[in-house]
Design a protein around this ligand. Structure first.
Ligand code: DC
Length: 215
């Protein structure tokens, strides 16, 4: 069984999907981490991020694993490396490339064959798993999302101005929503949840209630 959680960066998808998965005994598929890993690999290989041919060749050499909350790229743990500003920006550029989306969608569907999953990303309910049992679309005010990202980074000892983060988030939103392929839109049958004024516990409780009702 597949549950999808889509929405923009900072809407609370990652933590909420992990908690929900724990409560239901499901695995988690963090598809943003997959795009980040491809972005990081492209930067490291000095491949232009819009070079379809180069990316296609690169993808053939990539082996991605996502064991419990970690991301392992060709045997190297890149969990932290994919969270830098550079990797974030690169991920949203490679994410518009059809060759990248095609390959990652294949990997995601294959993962969905193996076990019950909570899949989080931008296109999980619309493109990757249109028949998912339950779909959510999380949103939150950009200012609040920037604050959340700032707190996350502070925990890692990185101090970035809120306005800079807000700008980056708005820029990424524009790119994610404007692209032709798998743009960031809610599935028609997704449950919309605005998390701006909700605690994490409240978000998870609301989602769990919907899932249990559907089951
Ligand atoms: O959720 P995130 O911030 O880790 O995602 C990183 C980038 O990948 C983001 O710019 C959007 C893109 N992405 C996507 O296009 N499709 C997905 N299913 C997940 C992420």
């Amino acid at each position: 069984m597949i549950i999808t959680i889509d929405g923009p960066a900072g809407a609370g998808k990652s933590t909420a999907s992990r908690r929900l998965a724990e409560r239901l005994g499901f695995g988690v598929l963090d598809t943003g981490a997959m795009y980040r890993a491809v972005g990081l690999a492209a930067v490291r290989a000095h491949i232009d991020l819009d070079n379809a041919q180069g990316l296609e060749t690169l993808l053939k050499t990539l082996h991605l694993e996502t064991p419990a909350d970690r991301v392992v790229l060709n045997g190297e743990d890149v969990t932290t490396a994919i969270r830098t500003a550079e990797a974030s920006a690169a991920s949203s550029v490679v994410a518009v490339m059809p060759v990248v989306r095609r390959r990652l969608v294949e990997w995601q569907r294959a993962a969905g064959q193996e076990r019950n999953l909570v899949c989080e990303g931008r296109d999980q309910g619309t493109v990757v798993f249109p028949d998912a049992a339950c779909k959510f679309f999380l949103v939150a005010d950009p200012g609040e999302r920037a604050r959340r990202r700032q707190r996350e980074m502070e925990v890692r000892g990185e101090f970035v101005d809120w306005k800079v983060l807000l700008q980056a988030i708005e820029e990424r939103d524009r790119r994610d929503a404007a692209r032709d392929l798998a743009p960031l839109v809610p599935a028609v049958d997704a449950v919309l949840l605005d998390t701006t004024r909700l605690t994490l516990d409240e978000v998870v409780a609301q989602m769990e209630a919907v899932v249990r009702q559907r089951l």
